[in-house]
Design a protein around this ligand. Structure first.
Ligand code: HEM
Length: 433
């Protein structure tokens, strides 16, 4: 503990104190490399080794289950007939072979670190001071060919699939105009509600006087996160196009040949309030809806191919198989295309491919299948899930770092490519509320 206290951050000291001698040594190796902030510039093999050690320590010391004793915790799960439920269910249940609730709608986010209470209040410093002084983008730097708006839309599309802190509201559909970051429904009525047993359920942050002129939003209203013991999230898979409950799921289905609803123009259909008919409409805008439409069409194309090869499959079976295939395609794009574009280094490229195909590589896996365990054959296709001692969940820390709103530019230009007289026709900007 002597060395620990002088070199290690106070919040990590209790973890280091628990480590075996060998892991303590590994921890200091990582700590040393991090001091130089240059792991991504190491030769690829050493970089992979660095990431392997990090993952080992993370899995052993930084995965914490939340809500194990609660009514929606993993302890309420049971085994089930995996042959019967070999498809994606509406609420994500029956996704883990030994426990039907793990990873499903309404289970808890895990944690990587214990919650830490500071002596400062939640409003000190005020969030809008942090936003303007620390986070505000002073200058937009174009990343050139590395990352574009489709990549930004992609991660929002994924995030809505993976996580959702349940809000304390009865509000079903939130629809937000492009980059108009005020919380209004399409009817332009504020979407907050003061009728929750007499208490106000919507929180409001107002910019303090000193920075009000620097903050484009004078006030920001948002729903409080629903409190259920320690919190209640959603965990899903493909639900961003398929819906995350039975009703949502039925709403997007065509009930013909397994297909999903899509407009004649290849874009999402809309209801009478111009809300897209889709599995998830929260905070949607052109980029987000475009990807949803694309993957609805992908799903429908998979249905066509399946139907061609298996003409006897009925609507339900075609839907289930096509959903499995499309969800896997989305996961693959995210792992070996999107992430390597975001963190564009050779080490990351190698790391993500090892995650998917294993050290023996794609060709070996294509030829022989997953025969050698996670390191050699990759994490995809394991016979049993490897949860590292805690039920699978994404974590609160994960949801915090994925708030990548700064990927969005301040202005998005939508062009009408159908206007042949003026190919550069620019839609008028959406007015700011
Ligand atoms: C026009 C585009 C977008 C709008 C209008 C929008 C709006 C919002 C709002 C109002 C919230 C809830 C308030 C909050 O928790 O901060 C939120 C949450 C969030 N957003 Fe966005 N967002 C957009 C794009 C993105 C993008 C590109 C990402 C990229 C990863 C992203 C990631 C997240 C995450 C991770 C959360 C927290 C979700 C949760 O914990 O339940 N958003 N967004």
């Amino acid at each position: 503990m002597g060395i620990t206290s002088s070199y290690v951050h106070p919040q990590l000291q209790h973890l280091v104190a628990k480590m075996t001698l060998f892991d303590t040594f590994l921890f200091y190796v990582i700590h040393f490399v991090d001091k130089f902030g240059a792991w991504h510039r190491l030769p690829v093999l050493i970089g992979l080794f660095y990431m392997g050690i990090r993952r080992h320590l993370h899995q052993r010391y930084n995965l914490m289950e939340v809500g194990s004793g609660s009514k929606s915790g993993s302890a309420t799960g049971r085994t089930y007939d995996t042959k019967e439920f070999c498809y994606r269910t509406a609420d994500g249940k029956c996704n883990h072979p030994n426990n039907h609730v793990i990873g499903s709608r309404g289970t808890f986010f895990g944690r990587n670190m214990l919650p830490f209470s500071s002596n400062y209040g939640l409003m000190d410093p005020h969030p809008s001071v942090v936003a303007t002084k620390l986070l505000a983008r002073k200058k937009f730097i174009d990343t050139g060919e590395q990352f574009n708006m489709i990549a930004t839309s992609w991660i929002q599309f994924m995030i809505h699939d993976w996580i959702d802190h349940l809000e304390d509201t009865q509000q079903v559909n939130q629809f937000i105009l492009p980059l108009n970051l005020t919380l209004y429904s399409t009817s332009q009525a504020p979407i907050y509600d003061k009728t929750n047993q007499g208490s106000e359920i919507c929180a409001e942050l107002r910019a303090p006087h000193e920075i009000a002129s620097a903050c484009p939003l004078k006030s920001f209203k948002f729903f409080k996160t629903k409190r259920i013991s320690t919190g209640e999230p959603d965990m899903k898979d493909g639900s961003v196009i398929y819906g995350n409950n039975e009703e949502g799921m039925r709403g997007v289905r065509a009930f013909k040949e397994g297909k999903l609803r899509i407009g004649g123009d290849g874009l999402l259909e809309h209801d009478e309030k111009w809300i897209p008919i889709s599995g998830d409409v929260r905070n949607c805008w052109a980029g987000f809806s475009l990807l949803q439409a694309l993957f609805v069409r992908e799903h429908n194309a998979v249905c066509d191919t399946l139907k061609e090869h298996y003409p006897d499959l009925d609507d339900e079976k075609l839907y289930r198989y096509a959903r499995l295939v499309t969800s896997a395609v989305i996961a693959k794009i995210h792992t070996i295309d999107w992430t390597v574009e975001l963190l564009k280094t050779d080490t990351l490229l190698a790391g993500m491919r090892v995650n998917w195909y294993g050290l023996l590589g794609k060709r070996f896996k294509d030829l022989f299948g997953h025969i050698c365990g996670p390191v050699l054959s990759g994490l995809v296709g394991l016979r049993k899930p490897n949860d590292h001692g805690v039920p699978y969940s994404l974590t609160e820390e994960f949801s915090s770092v994925y708030k990548m709103h700064s990927l969005l530019p301040d202005k998005v230009i939508l062009r009408d490519i159908t206007n042949s007289t003026n190919p550069n026709y620019e839609c008028p900007p959406v007015s700011q509320e």
